[in-house]
Design a protein around this ligand. Structure first.
Ligand SMILES: Cc1ncc(C[n+]2csc(CCOP(=O)(O)OP(=O)(O)O)c2C)c(N)n1
Length: 739
């Protein structure tokens, strides 16, 4: 028999027979009433019948992929223990939580909302028909992707952001000062390194006195798809972690679950410390969709789960308390099912997404109105820059200029928070954040633990509570073990929430090749492929300090006003570079433009050096620097007039602006320091071939190799002389004609 049908038949039969499980409760605990238990039962029943309706819709081709909540209905009691202002990052099986929370906020229609979501209707109030996700803006439930455990780092960050936003008086904070965060997940998910990392980060913070008001709820149904969780594993794993309070409850028992969840919420709220709430439950109907449990579970095991149906246990409790009779509960169950059937017929008629434009409408979050930022006062600047103030108009290198710009940005935006490994007293590996912690304190310049997923999750979570995070990844190679936080999480939030949620931030990453006397792949990673293809993500990559100051300000503006996620990629090899053509020429140092001074460098504003028409060299970062050297040699020794174009923004590539900068040249040499496969030059070649087919294109890109150590560190990369040679090869015929 279909498992949903089997569970349904057993529930109905036992309600009819009044054959309900016994429960050990003789009286209600203070704070819980009979009517409240009846309300919780209604939420559980609605959750269950929504699962059944979803399956019925799927069978007719009117419903789409969804994972059920059956067996996890105890989460209704968890919801009841929290306040609707406590932001909830939920497991995909938590319909009962959302339904119960909807009763705490006036005007909610959870059944209608979820049916629209099952039917992938454009009117689905959370994702606009883009995915079946739980979530609701009025209920403070941001939607979650289905990537296991990927929501834990941001939940941890959001929890950390509550007290921090209060202490910084962040004007856009959305959570009350005494709010807590709730974050739920399955028992198999608890093993994921992302989950372990986030829980570890929460403990690490709380262990040293940091405020981390979060309740992790592990919904332990004993299995993850087909892989069993060893008996006792979750308790053994989490009951003795440092600074983590462990509580457990029986998710089949509404009273026990409510009591433990209330204790968890109260502890996190009062002590501002993390709690692990371990809720036992069962999984009914198998994992999802077409999963056939019989392939990996015995008949006895399946029957044991079905006999542990939480609805049966709630019914037993309500019958014993004489709150409802079995007959009344059967009526509630069947009436709810019938009502949902009727509403579903309406929901499936609601409009669907029909065009790419509709689907993509919220890839980019909406702009928000923010109070204008006033530049910091002269006194504030003098105090912050102290001894450096007098010398600020002297030309400086890239690392220093970024440091000055960060200081001014932090002076004018009190909600900016920096977070990263070693960025505190050490000032980062390359001194870019030197003195910032002394200037702004450890709560705004956070020396994080060594975990990139937690750093990015912290950023996303802080942004959820109105802060303006600037997390730092120490080296580009290390973004990869955390990239899902950018790809799967930060960049998808607006899409999956129809623009209702956003997590604006500027992620600073030091990277690219050419480090002298250093070499080695991990410190010279030269690929941005993984960032280029993320819809909606902006990638900035300045080649020099003057641009970096303007672009960093623009990146922060894009985050603040347009809610964008921006990666700010800093070329390490140019951090301390001072000279361009000759020793001590100082041509790669620039005076610092104070706030309000200097030109803005917005996305699409490419830099153009020179007005030569023989050849346009298009590049960025180190490649631009080398191209500028080549430009001089080409002019002086070969009589070739080139213009050198600095892309500045690597994603999205503004092909129209680039084509305008190239005109009137007929020949284009693209110099790309990234590995040829997946490099920005791939996009440029294709884009220019489409936009300007009359151009002759050539490119010089890095080999598809990792960077070696020592003297060979640059042999796979474009060089100044290589650029000169490529330019001469391209223009040879022209030169011959001229001669
Ligand atoms: C990173 C990742 N790997 C694999 C999957 C596929 N997957 C979806 S659910 C699931 C099992 C999760 O089990 P558990 O955490 O116990 O939750 P349950 O479904 O039992 O409630 C797996 C492996 C995924 N969604 N994400």
């Amino acid at each position: 028999m279909d498992p949903a049908q089997s569970v349904h038949a057993k529930l109905v039969a036992r309600l009819k027979a009044g054959d309900l499980p016994a429960n050990g409760h003789e009286r209600l605990p203070g704070g819980l009433t009979g009517p409240k238990l009846v309300e919780l039962f209604h939420s559980q029943v609605l959750s269950r019948q929504l699962d059944r309706t979803a399956r019925a819709l799927q069978a007719r081709g009117e419903g789409f992929y969804t994972i059920g909540s059956s067996g996890h209905e105890g989460m209704a009691a968890v919801a009841e223990a929290f306040r609707p202002g406590d932001m909830a990052f939920l497991h995909y099986r938590d319909a009962a939580f959302q339904i119960q929370r909807s009763k705490q906020v006036p005007g909610q229609t959870p059944a209608w909302d979820m049916l629209l979501s099952f039917a992938a209707s454009a009117e689905d109030p959370i994702s606009g028909g883009r995915h079946k996700v739980l979530g609701s803006k009025p209920l403070n439930i941001p939607p979650q992707t289905s990537t296991i455990a990927s929501h834990l780092p941001k939940a941890m960050g959001a929890a950390f952001g509550i007290d921090l936003a209060r202490s910084l008086a962040a004007p856009d904070r959305v959570m009350a000062d005494d709010a807590v965060v709730i974050c739920s997940f399955g028992d198999a998910s608890a093993n994921h390194s992302t989950a372990q990392g986030a829980i570890n980060a929460a403990c690490w913070t709380a262990f040293q006195g940091g405020r981390m008001p979060i309740v992790f709820v592990c919904e332990d149904n004993g299995i993850g798809i087909s892989v069993r969780t060893p008996k006792g594993w979750i308790e053994a794993n989490f009951s003795a972690r440092p600074a983590l309070k462990y509580l457990k409850c029986d998710g089949l028992d509404l009273i026990d679950t409510w009591r433990a969840a209330s204790q968890a919420a109260d502890y996190a709220r009062r002590h501002r410390k993390p709690v692990f709430l371990h809720m036992r439950c069962v999984r009914l109907y198998g994992h999802a969709g077409s999963d056939v449990e019989a392939a990996y579970l015995s008949r006895e095991e399946i029957e044991a789960s079905e006999a542990s149906d939480p609805l049966l246990h709630s019914a037993g409790l309500l019958a014993d308390l004489r709150a409802l009779t079995p007959g009344q509960m059967l009526d509630i169950y069947e009436d709810t099912g019938r009502a949902l059937g009727r509403i579903a017929e309406e929901a499936i008629k609601r409009p669907k997404l029909t065009s790419a434009a509709e689907v993509m409408a919220n890839l980019i979050p909406p702009r928000r109105v923010r109070p204008a930022v006033n530049g910091p006062s002269a006194e504030a600047r003098r105090a912050a820059f102290a001894g450096e103030f007098a010398a600020m108009d002297k030309p400086q290198h890239l690392a220093k200029l970024i440091n000055l710009a960060l200081t001014d940005l932090m002076l004018e935006n009190s909600e900016i928070v920096l977070a990263g490994e070693d960025i505190g007293p050490k000032g980062g590996v390359y001194n870019v954040t030197a003195k910032l912690q002394a200037r702004f304190g450890p709560s705004r310049v956070i020396n994080t633990l060594l975990d990139e997923q937690s750093i990015l999750g912290l950023g996303i979570g802080l942004a959820h509570n109105g802060l303006a995070p600037i997390p730092e990844i120490q080296f580009l190679a290390y973004v990869h073990n955390a990239e899902d936080q950018l790809r799967g999480e930060a960049s998808t939030l607006s899409f999956f929430s129809a623009g209702q949620y956003a997590n604006p931030m500027v992620v600073r990453i030091a990277g690219l090749g050419y480090q002298k006397g250093f070499g080695g792949h991990f410190h010279n990673d030269n690929s941005v492929a993984v960032l280029r293809d993320i819809p909606g993500l902006i990638v900035a990559c300045p080649s020099n300090g003057a641009d970096a100051v303007a672009m960093l300000r623009e990146a922060v503006r894009l985050a603040r006003e347009e809610q964008r996620v921006v990666v700010f990629l800093e070329p390490i090899a140019l951090y301390m570079t001072r000279d361009l053509h000759a020793e001590k020429d100082g041509a790669w140092t620039f005076p610092y433009a104070a706030p309000g001074e200097g030109e803005a460098v917005t996305p699409g504003a490419v830099g153009v050096h020179g007005d030569g028409e023989d050849l346009a060299i298009v590049s960025y970062a180190n490649g631009y620097y080398l191209s500028r050297q080549a430009q001089k040699i080409l002019a002086e020794r070969h009589g070739l007039a080139c213009r050198v174009i600095d892309l500045r923004w690597l994603a999205p590539l503004d092909m129209a602006a680039i084509a305008r900068a190239i005109a009137p040249c007929r020949r284009v040499l693209i110099v790309d320091e990234c590995r040829i496969t997946g490099s920005p030059s791939e996009g440029l070649m294709a884009g220019l071939a489409e936009k300007a087919p009359e151009l002759t294109l050539s490119r010089l890109a890095a080999e598809d190799s990792f960077i070696p150590l020592g003297r060979a560190a640059t042999v796979t990369l474009p060089s100044r002389d290589g650029i000169v040679a490529a330019a001469l090869a391209m223009t040879a015929e022209q030169k011959r004609r001229r001669a």
